[in-house]
Design a protein around this ligand. Structure first.
Ligand code: MIG
Length: 690
């Protein structure tokens, strides 16, 4: 059951939810409501065994207990343990105990979640915005809560199938030759690839919707040439527009008042990549449509995928901030700097970027209503992405476009996916990646992934290999970095092992894609915690380094340097595949319980659940060359197993039709197995045990 409460008079419509639910008077029970003049608080006393799930893209574990979180979209890195927020505002959490309670705060401003940080037994949510909608979901299970919540917020964004292929990216590829070379080397080593990403260097001095003519002299021809090799180029788009006479995006924006304003009504100036910039007012319908239409410049040249960056929005400095800092320098020049004055000088500069106070300096015109940015701060990335996706649909409503964003809040999940920003090449960030995936997906963002290998700092062969082994399961599979050590899959000694891992991703695509599509279309599950299916199993409730993936499998990634094996807890009997490649694997039936499994550096495991089927196919150099009608069957069959296999053309938007799903089943008949499948699909048993 979902109850909708309204506090105060929310004047801004986030459109996070798509279902209309009548308002229940009063305050959101069973939360304990308190209000001070400055804040509202919702408290809830946690039992020792309660788990708190959710909060999407954030730090720490799957169980959020013990820490403080803040929904405040920020451009922040490195992602240190002490942070309270990253780039997103995902205000949904679940209390899982005797009762199952889902809480969604539909509010565009900043919210703080103290999940047993100040008092280990108290969940305390606070918000400076006194006007908001609160949804309380009560269901018989945690899984049901997630399903109901996802119904409430509407269908998740569905990317084209090539968005599930492997992508390579670097903040540092400079020109056509660099890109060409990266493609060539992947292919030389037989490593599949679907996408090459263009970071800001493709632009003319960091101006959105321009292409540097020296670096890419014949861009449309280059795009076509890449397409022939089944490679999609995916350019980055930044939130801020450079102030420059003659730059048409700037001039049009000024002319039509499409930029955010300062308190005096002038276009607000913020320093970002290109220097002084304006922010398109994507919360204004007309400005949003205009901004979205700018993507046509690239669409017309054959581009069909984008990543939206810096849309928290990130501010290096405001005019006012830099002015104050410079004044401070003048003031202190030639002075004796003691501990106080020295650190105050340092502080002035170190707090220039992404300073909360700068968000109080500009205003949106929300279709006639002037709203100061800080009140709706968490909506900016969402609306930049909405701008793009709506424009793509106007451009070609029959086609899917790849789109993911750095900043997000709930509601945006209908328009695009997210990547998890500037992580580091640390083992702890591989762990964070694993734990973050199910939390993000609970909040509706199904299409997601991290920068594989780590964005900042130098990766190592072992870290990248383990990270890739996990990432063959994530919807977005992109290696992206900015460090000086080359990080492409062919840069290390054991290239064949890297190829095998990425080939296995392509072999897994029939399953990965089928599970993703079913999850998106039916509010079903892609990644989810083991405890969701075993809420009474006290060990399963604490398992965070294993995940269920869809209907048939569990994964238990390797995540430690020098480890050649790990403990795995099976909440039920399973068939364990230890894989080196699609056709080089060992299979062993394991009973429910604890196991130590050897998993050498070039190996990874997949666990098939009882009476479940895993479908795989042959790998190919790109998703376009995959044959999704010829499947290998891996199955653990005690008596019979069946699988709903979803497949489609991978690019059109009429995906929600019954013909796309077919049934495959395996029956045990004495010592033999019989596979039942539609005649349109060819099935071959590769490993069936039971
Ligand atoms: O200030 O475009 O998270 O993926 O490579 C950094 C350069 C701006 C941040 C993104 C990262 C991207 C980088 N961007």
């Amino acid at each position: 059951m979902i109850k909708h409460y309204r506090l105060g008079h929310p004047s801004y419509e986030t459109n996070a939810v798509v279902e209309h639910i009548q308002i229940t008077p009063g305050t959101p029970s069973p939360l304990h409501y308190r209000q001070t003049t400055k804040e509202v608080h919702f408290d809830y006393v946690l039992e020792k065994s309660d788990i708190v799930y959710g909060l999407g893209e954030n730090l720490h574990g799957i169980n959020k207990r013990g820490f403080l979180y803040r929904s405040e979209c920020r451009d922040i890195s490195p992602h240190m343990e002490g942070l309270a927020s990253l780039y997103a505002a995902h205000n949904f959490l679940i209390i899982d105990g005797e009762e199952h309670i889902g809480i969604f705060l539909d509010v565009p401003g900043i919210v703080t979640f103290d999940v047993g940080h100040s008092d280990m037994d108290t969940l305390s949510i606070s918000c400076e915005n006194l006007d908001m909608d609160v949804y309380i979901l009560t269901c018989s299970s945690t899984k049901e809560i997630v399903r109901e919540f996802r119904k409430l917020i509407g269908q998740s964004y569905i990317p084209p199938k090539w968005g599930f292929g492997y992508g390579q990216s670097r903040f540092g590829y400079k020109n056509e030759q660099d890109i060409q070379e990266v493609l060539h080397t992947h292919h030389e080593h037989g490593i599949p690839l679907d996408a090459l990403y263009l970071d800001i260097d493709y632009m003319e001095r960091y101006k959105d919707f321009t292409i540097d003519k020296e670096r890419f002299p014949a861009f449309p021809t280059f795009v076509k040439k890449m397409k022939k090799d089944n490679i999609h180029l995916v350019p980055i788009i930044d939130a801020a527009i450079k102030i420059e006479e003659g730059y048409h995006v700037y001039e049009e924006g000024v002319k039509h008042n499409y930029f955010c304003k300062d308190k005096d009504g002038h276009d607000f100036i913020a320093g970002v990549w290109p220097g002084r910039c304006h922010f398109p007012d994507v919360l204004n319908t007309e400005a949003r449509n205009w901004f979205g239409d700018q993507y046509r410049y690239l669409l017309d040249q054959g581009i069909d995928g984008f990543w939206n960056d810096m849309n928290e929005p990130s501010i290096f400095y405001s005019a006012q901030g830099i002015d104050n800092a410079m004044k401070k320098v003048d003031e202190l020049r030639n002075q004796n700097l003691d501990i106080d004055s020295f650190f105050s000088l340092v502080h002035t500069f170190s707090h220039l970027s992404n300073n909360r106070l700068d968000y109080e300096l500009f205003y949106h015109n929300v279709d006639g209503t002037r709203i100061r940015h800080d009140a709706i701060h968490n909506q900016y990335g969402y609306h930049m992405t909405k701008a793009a996706q709506e424009a793509f649909q106007r451009y070609d409503e029959k086609k899917r476009f790849l789109l993911f964003s750095r900043s997000s809040s709930i509601g945006m999940h209908r328009y695009g996916g997210i990547w998890t920003g500037d992580n580091s090449s640390w083992w702890s960030h591989l762990v964070l990646n694993i734990k973050m995936m199910p939390s993000i997906q609970m909040c509706g963002f199904l299409y997601t992934g991290a920068d594989i290998g780590g964005f900042m700092e130098d990766t190592t062969e072992e870290l990248l290999m383990r990270w890739l082994q996990f990432s063959i399961f994530t919807p977005l599979m992109r290696n992206h970095y900015c460090s000086s050590r080359d990080q492409e899959a062919y840069q290390f000694k054991n290239t064949p092992a890297f190829r095998n891992i990425i080939e296995t991703r392509y072999a897994l695509l029939p399953y990965v894609y089928s599970e993703f599509m079913k999850a998106a279309l039916h509010q079903d599950f892609y990644f989810y915690p083991i405890a969701f299916d075993y809420p009474q199993d006290s060990i399963a409730r604490e398992c965070e380094m294993q995940l269920f993936l869809g209907d048939s499998i569990m994964i238990a990634p390797m995540y430690e340097q020098n480890a050649t094996g790990r403990y795995v807890y099976l909440p039920e009997d399973m068939l364990c595949l230890t894989m080196r490649s699609l056709k080089d694997f060992d299979a062993i039936q394991l009973p429910k319980g604890h196991h130590y499994l050897p998993v050498d550096t070039h190996e990874f495991t997949i666990f098939i659940r009882k009476n479940k089927i895993l479908v795989m196919g042959d790998s190919a150099l790109s998703t376009a060359q995959l044959d999704d009608t010829s499947l290998y069957i891996f199955a653990y069959v005690e008596d019979s197993a069946s699988y709903s296999y979803y497949h489609d053309d991978g690019y059109s938007t009429n995906y929600d039709v019954d013909q796309n799903t077919t049934q495959i089943s395996v029956c045990k008949d004495g010592d033999t197995y019989h596979i039942d499948h539609p005649s349109s699909i060819h099935c071959q048993a590769l490993c069936i045990m039971g």
